[in-house]
Design a protein around this ligand. Structure first.
Ligand SMILES: *[C@@H]1O[C@H](CO)[C@@H](O)[C@H](O)[C@H]1NC(C)=O
Ligand SMILES: *[C@@H]1O[C@H](CO)[C@@H](O)[C@H](O)[C@H]1NC(C)=O
Ligand SMILES: *[C@@H]1O[C@H](CO)[C@@H](O)[C@H](O)[C@H]1NC(C)=O
Length: 338
């Protein structure tokens, strides 16, 4: 009897234990309805996510919450999030892209030491992604790491890229849950990848690849950017979103905590569906993801490209050069035609 209890306890512990420390939780339990995402604004930065990169229609056109939108192995969340992109998904007047993206809202430093960016992704057999156009998924603005869809080597696969170079890809089968963790060592300047499907524990599929790892803690885009195809809506499902310091939690669905209550940093707050917030972050941050006039990019910084929304003006005497158009433009010394 006592032994059985012990075994049960150990099993329970093994099934629910979490290895690292969650430094930011994107658990969707914090959002009773999708309208609650609207509670966030630049003047009232509440909740777990910044919500401003989407099209001209209402939030409910682009976001939906439902148990069927999460990985069933994820027991820490009631709902997953369905993200939709369609021809109305034009943000900031740029009709070359259709995008629906969430950004972490936190005062935690998401770019220090070794961190694991966890998320699970899936898509249903309806509103299928269009493999004839490039998609960027869960990307950093400098694109030092991201997933893509609709790109080489196999357009129907989810492809993991480091600085625009593919290192891993897997057939993006409808109805299958794909679990990922970007393994980013910001100190060493390397990125690796952990992956699994369904309820399987994450395994390392790519070890440390050198990259210019950096983030201002508000440029990781959870969601989808599609180069405009002028066409059909696409549905993408997300769950199990959180960032932890190591060691990595390999079991799926145990690390997300409950709606921010496991976050160790300040800046997480409870939001309500009525539009009032219970706590408000006191820091007033500006984001590089807004295309504001004024800021200039310094040498070797990014100054343009698909999905890039930062400064496009270069500090003197530099100019913006097409390194890998249309995806990446970088500041370099002026080039003269003679
Ligand atoms: C957004 O929702 C409001 C309230 O439900 C509605 O009155 C309005 O027409 C909607 N706007 C768009 C662009 O769908
Ligand atoms: C792409 O992947 C699909 C599904 O795994 C496979 O059937 C197809 O042969 C692949 N195409 C190429 C060009 O590798
Ligand atoms: C991250 O990189 C630093 C610097 O190379 C290294 O000392 C550290 O051990 C790495 N962290 C892990 C967890 O491997």
């Amino acid at each position: 009897m006592a032994l059985l209890t012990l075994v049960a306890l150990l099993l329970g512990f093994a099934l629910t234990s979490k290895a690292g420390t969650t430094i930011w939780s994107g658990n969707f339990n914090a959002y009773p309805t999708v309208e609650a995402f609207n509670d966030w604004s630049w003047s009232d930065e509440v909740g777990e996510y910044q919500w401003y990169i989407y099209g001209t229609a209402n939030t409910s056109e682009y976001l939906a919450l439902d148990p069927s939108f999460k990985n069933p192995a994820d027991t820490s969340e009631t709902n997953g999030l369905r993200i939709t992109i369609d021809p109305t998904s034009i943000w900031n007047g740029d009709s070359t892209m259709e995008r629906t993206e969430l950004i972490p809202q936190t005062t935690a430093n998401l770019g220090t030491g070794e961190l694991f960016y966890h998320f699970s992704i899936s898509h249903p057999a309806t509103n299928l992604p269009d493999s004839t156009v490039e998609h960027q998924i869960c990307f950093f603005e400098s694109h030092f790491t991201e997933l893509k869809y609709g790109v080489s080597p196999n357009a129907t696969h989810i492809t993991w890229m480091v600085t625009e170079v593919d290192h891993y890809d897997v057939a993006f089968t409808p109805g299958t849950w794909f679990n990922f963790a970007y393994d980013i060592n910001f100190s060493a300047g390397t990125v690796g990848l952990w992956a699994s499907t369904g309820s399987d524990p994450l395994v390392q599929v790519v070890e440390a690849v050198p990259a210019s790892t950096s983030t201002n803690s508000e440029d990781w885009h959870l969601g989808v950017l599609r180069l405009s195809n002028g066409g059909t809506p696409e549905d993408w499902y997300f769950s199990g979103v959180y960032i932890e310091s190591g060691p990595i939690t390999t079991s799926v669905g145990t690390g997300t905590g409950s709606g921010g209550s496991t976050t160790t940093s300040s800046g997480s707050s409870t939001i309500t569906s009525t539009g009032t917030s219970s706590t408000v972050s006191s820091t007033s941050t500006t984001s590089s993801t807004t295309t504001a006039a004024g800021p200039t990019q310094t040498e070797y910084g990014q100054c343009g490209g698909t999905g890039y929304t930062g400064p496009t003006t270069c500090a003197t005497p530099y100019t913006c050069s097409a390194v890998s158009p249309p995806y990446y433009y970088q500041v370099s010394e002026s080039q003269f035609p003679f």
